[in-house]
Design a protein around this ligand. Structure first.
Ligand SMILES: *Cc1c(COP(=O)(O)O)cnc(C)c1O
Ligand SMILES: [Zn+2]
Length: 403
């Protein structure tokens, strides 16, 4: 078997596959697994085959253990002719990642992270997150029988912390500068033999490739022009883009779609740097948005996302909370209830069309990253109708309401 290396995404350093480094010792930028150049999709029935079994050849550096999966992936791709018409584009598709075991795409990267940890012989894993990643790592860690450490910010709401606690991890609220926790977790992990599967950990990013693989299959290899990805740390968009690149390498597709990174205007470090043609992101000091799942003021893969966009020909955009909420409502009317962070992908389309960046011949995939039930507090921001009447009056009332 060929030895796969981890390459620095920024400088010429490369590391043997045994490394437990996530970032480069020389420049501190994220590492990334070498691209797969040969491979095919395995035959099989997706009702009985796991996602990683189907795409196993694109994970040659993992020894896949079927016991660790919770049937992540194989989510639906929903098209909407009505919305395509409304926005003036050819096709619009929604990749419904809310269908994953813990209701967000994070599960795809958690499973590859956990497989890697097990392959290396770790008994303990961890993550730094207050949201979907925490839930996901807690669930997979529990399934794998690993001791799982979840580090969260001190004082987070019950609504957010209890759905993590239910899986039984060692859940620790850390009092102090939360922005330091990502770096700190890597040194704590080294000292205590805990394999941290953070937002842009190389083997987590790998798992996100399967979204691209499925989109290719679901569209019969007619590749969309754009894929819009709500972006925080940058792991998701990096993984999706790499997935398309690898399918291109092996000859399964003949072009790579352009990536559109969407951020909330209230916290948009990647967009800010992109718009000013900067090569490095700057920390956002004051941030505020309803899209909590993408509210990262200093994304660890921010600089690499900028480099990736340059190579890929993609772009970054920011959308405001008002538009995000409007799109959350609009998606619900299609039967897709997503969290505000995920609704940013639809909000991006309108803006891009008005700015003449996308046109009527374009076909677009929006990644709906996570479920609306993850953040029910956002429902208070909507005007929602609930009616009430007495049982004896129901018959008459229904006639009235129907008008
Ligand atoms: C994690 C997350 C994102 C952002 O993904 P990154 O890999 O951090 O860029 C977007 N939406 C939701 C719902 C998420 O949970
Ligand atoms: Zn480097």
């Amino acid at each position: 078997m060929k030895e796969y290396k981890l390459n620095c995404t920024n400088c010429d350093e490369s590391y043997e596959k045994e490394t437990i480094n996530f970032r480069c010792d020389v420049c501190n930028e994220p590492l990334e697994l070498e691209e797969v150049k040969i491979g095919k999709i395995n035959d099989g029935n997706i009702l009985t085959q796991t996602n990683l079994e189907r795409y196993q050849e694109f994970f040659p550096y993992l020894t896949i253990d079927k016991k660790l999966n919770l049937n992540e992936g194989f989510t639906s791709l929903v098209s909407s002719e009505e919305l395509a018409k409304e926005y003036g584009i050819k096709n619009i598709y929604f990749k419904n990642e809310t269908q994953n075991p813990t209701w967000s795409f994070k599960d795809r990267g958690t499973v590859t992270g956990v497989v890697r940890a097990m392959n290396l012989g770790y008994k303990k894993i961890g993550t730094v997150s207050t949201g979907n990643m925490a839930t996901s790592v807690a669930a997979y860690g529990s399934k794998a029988g690993l001791k799982t450490y979840v580090l969260v910010k001190e004082g987070i709401a019950d609504e957010k912390i209890k759905p993590i606690a239910i899986y039984g991890p060692k859940l620790i609220e850390v009092d102090g500068d939360y922005s330091k926790l990502y770096d700190k977790s890597l040194s704590i992990g080294r000292e205590n033999d805990i394999y941290f599967i953070n937002s842009d950990a190389p083997y987590r990013v790998e798992g996100y490739k399967t979204m691209a693989f499925e989109i290719c299959e679901q569209l019969d290899f007619n590749i969309p022009d754009y894929v819009i990805v709500p972006t925080s740390a940058g792991g998701d968009v990096r993984g999706i883009e790499k997935g398309f690149r690898e399918f291109f390498n092996v000859g399964l597709i003949n072009k790579i779609p352009k990536m559109i990174v969407v951020q909330a205007a209230g916290c948009s470090p990647i967009y800010n740097a992109f718009k000013d043609s900067k090569l490095e992101i700057e920390r956002v000091m004051d941030h505020d948005t309803i899209a909590h799942a993408i509210e990262n003021p200093y994304p660890p893969s921010g600089n690499q996302v900028l480099r990736m966009l340059k190579r890929n020909g993609g772009l970054a955009i920011a959308v405001n909370d008002e538009d995000i909420l409007e799109c959350q409502r609009k998606l619900s009317s299609l039967g897709l209830f997503v969290q505000p962070a995920s609704a940013t992908s639809l909000a991006a389309i309108d803006k891009l069309y008005k700015e003449d960046i996308i046109g009527e011949l374009d076909s677009i995939v929006c990644i709906l990253t996570g479920s609306g039930l993850k953040y029910t507090a956002a429902l208070d921001k909507h005007e929602l109708d609930v009616y009430a009447c007495k049982l004896e009056e129901l018959n008459d009332y229904i006639k009235k309401v129907g008008k």
